[in-house]
Each structure stands twice: as C-alpha cells, then as structure tokens.
Design a protein around this ligand. Structure first.
Ligand SMILES: [Zn+2]
Length: 162
C-alpha cells in the first residue's frame, strides 16, 4: 500500500515557503497556454530540504482546459516517494486565463461521486493569465467537502505587475 499521508485538518493553513511556490509557478507559467501540473512532496523531518516540487507532464487530451497525470507517471511518483520516504502532500495545476477556483471538474476528479480519493491531499490551483500567475487557491477535504482558501502569489520577479 502506497502511503499518501497528509497534514490533517491543520494542513489547510500549511504555508509552503515562497521559493517553493515560485518554483511551481515558474513551471505553470511555462506551460501556458496549457494547464501545467505536478506535485509537492514532503521529506522526512530533519533531512535536507523539506519540500520538493515535481512538475509532471499534462496527459490530458484537452490540456488547455484540463490536466491529468498518466497512470504510469503517477505510479512512478508514488514509488519514488516511498523509496525516498517522502509524502505527496499537494497536487497543483494551473487554470489558463481564468480564475483560480477549485472547479466542478477539479472536484469531480479529486472526489468522484463525492468520495475523496486522497482525503489528506491539498489541491493548489494557480490562475495563469497571459503566461503570468495572478492568483492561487488551496483546497482540502474537510468535514465532508472541499474547503478552499486563497493563497498569496509570491512576488518573486522583482518586476512591476501590469
Ligand atoms: Zn482545474
């Protein structure tokens, strides 16, 4: 059994360091005008860098409006995480030129028929407009539904926003 532990109810307030967010946002911006996707893994406490951002190919046949992990890629991620004693704590993807809401399709994918596949997982959505991240949200399964909170997009470019 592959372990996909998460942080429990307190994890909704889990704040990834800005450099971790910047890393995944760079990937999502580069993927525009397609949706980008990937995972964040958490290593064992006290061993090296606690977080690892792993961009994954978007296997969706309609990548402008959806994302998907190829099953063999996902299996590889889980095996590697197990071998490195890491935990997949976050699945992230981008929305192309639309809001960073956890959409009905995102919900259906994460909880088919209202049953969460990975109840400890946090799902991050980043809105990418014209190749630039504009907003982000994080959703977790709590008390029978997904709860979504906005998360700040780090200003890591040292440029003036439009
Ligand atoms: Zn989505």
């Amino acid at each position: 059994m592959l372990t996909l532990r998460g942080g429990g109810p307190e994890a909704l307030s889990r704040a990834f360091p800005p450099e971790i967010l910047a890393r995944l946002i760079r990937h999502l911006e580069a993927a525009w005008p397609h949706e980008g996707c990937g995972v964040i893994l958490q290593g064992r406490a006290g061993e090296g860098e606690p977080w690892r951002v792993l961009p994954l190919p978007n296997a969706s046949p309609t990548p402008r409006v959806a994302y998907a992990f190829a099953p063999e890629v996902w299996l590889q991620v889980c095996k590697e995480a197990d071998a490195r004693q890491e935990t997949v704590v976050c699945v992230f993807h981008s929305h192309v030129d639309t809001a960073a809401v956890f959409s009905a399709e995102d919900r259906r994918q994460a909880a088919p028929e209202g049953i969460p596949l990975l109840p400890q997982m946090s799902y991050m959505v980043v809105a990418i407009h014209d190749g630039r991240a504009t907003s982000a949200s994080s959703s977790e399964w709590q008390q029978g539904d997904f709860q979504t909170v906005p998360i700040p997009v780090p200003d890591f470019r040292f440029e003036n926003p439009l």
